[in-house]
Design a protein around this ligand. Structure first.
Ligand code: ADP
Ligand code: MG
Length: 355
């Protein structure tokens, strides 16, 4: 920094640097050669749950899981003897230890610095819980797609191929048969078989994509889905649709995303909520479409979902991919409200958004 010459700008620069340090999105921990914490930024307090005075001067090992503490001490000594900037524990699953004792996955990169003749190490710590969950969701989505393909392949193979093979046999028999009546009855049988084939093809295609989506649009598809759930009789369910002026412009992928989000929110309400009533509210307008799934069940703390389920991660990811937003409003004992809002194609996201 060129301006860092005059004493005045020097002190400003130091202040500015402190502000940068404090505002850094990663936790920054400055550790000396003995492994003592010499400085840290606000993000570290958030990540690990300590006050600065509880950490400054103490062992950095307080922040790593107990079972890896001694290994960490050993690795740290090795690093100190030949320090270089690098990510830590490449290929390892690193974890941090919160004051509560809970551990969470982290990425750490280390940068040695010389200050006043002393070598210090700056460790930048990033919480990768969310990233890991997204990755996991991606893997499970891929696996689900793979299983779906297998199921379809099986159905084509075991069902369609068998039917067609049978048809070939009957066709040959019909051609060879000298008897007019027998030919007639074989042909009649084949007509039925072809009809069944057509039905099977439709069924397989339906498995690939919610049919109603293409035929009647996303709102009616959601209504049909709710109807079929309601028929199971587990809880009261209703759909309220409010159509504003003008129709939203959505593409097929966006409609599918919205449908899947509502489907998962409803599945959660049925599986977890123990609700008496579930309401789906859909609002459409030129700015886009929004859907809300509200239950009066037992509620939960959305920040405490942890790694249990991938449904919520998936809903968020789908909404985000469609350019929309998802919010979950819930607390134990207070019911749950899941809202998803998807803007129209080309909508700048301002103006009269539906909510
Ligand atoms: N409507 C709801 N009412 C009560 N708890 C819910 C509701 N939706 C989600 N949850 C809680 O959040 C957790 C995570 O949901 P999700 O990510 O969909 O995973 P899964 O449904 O596979 O458990 C559920 O296991 C449940 O404890
Ligand atoms: Mg779920």
């Amino acid at each position: 920094m060129k301006t860092a010459r005059s004493p005045k700008s020097e002190s400003l620069a130091a202040e500015a640097l402190r502000a940068v340090f404090d505002a850094a999105p990663d936790g920054m921990i400055v550790v000396d050669q003995e492994g003592r914490i010499r400085a840290l930024n606000a993000r570290v307090e958030e990540l690990f749950g300590y006050d600065p005075e509880e950490l400054i001067g103490g062992d950095v090992e307080i922040l790593v899981p107990l079972e890896v503490g001694s290994q960490h001490r050993h690795d740290r000594a090795k690093f100190s003897s030949a320090p270089s900037a690098r990510p830590m524990g490449v290929g390892l699953d690193l974890a941090g230890r919160h004051k509560s004792g809970a551990t969470f996955p982290v990425d750490v990169s280390l940068s040695p610095v010389r200050v006043d003749g002393e070598t210090l190490v700056i460790a930048a710590v990033r919480d990768v819980t969310e990233r890991n969950r997204l990755r996991e969701w991606g893997v499970s989505a891929l696996r689900a797609a793979e299983e779906e393909r297998e199921r379809i392949a099986l159905e084509l193979h075991d069902d369609m191929a068998q039917r067609l093979a049978a048809l070939m046999v009957h066709l040959r028999l019909a051609r060879q048969s000298p008897d007019e009546d027998e030919r007639e009855s074989l042909m009649e049988g084949m007509r039925g078989e072809i009809q069944e084939c057509a039905e099977a093809v439709r069924r397989i295609a339906r498995g690939l994509r919610p049919p109603a989506l293409d035929e009647v649009g996303v709102v009616a598809a959601i209504q049909a889905h709710v109807r079929s759930l309601r028929d199971s009789g587990e809880m009261r369910m209703k759909v309220e649709v409010e159509r504003g002026p003008g129709a939203p412009r959505l593409n097929r992928d966006t409609e599918l995303a919205l449908y899947r989000v509502v489907q998962e929110a409803l599945a959660n309400a049925m599986r977890h909520a123990e609700a008496a009533d579930v309401i789906v509210r859909i609002r459409t307008g030129p700015a886009g479409i929004s859907a809300m799934v509200e239950d009066d069940g037992r509620g939960f703390d959305p920040t405490q979902v942890g790694l249990r389920g991938l449904g919520i991660v998936g809903m968020r990811e789908r909404a985000r991919n469609a350019g929309g937003e998802l919010s979950i409003d819930s607390h134990p004992g207070g019911g749950t409200r899941v809202r998803v809002m998807i803007p129209s194609i080309g909508s700048g996201g301002d103006g009269d958004r539906p909510d």
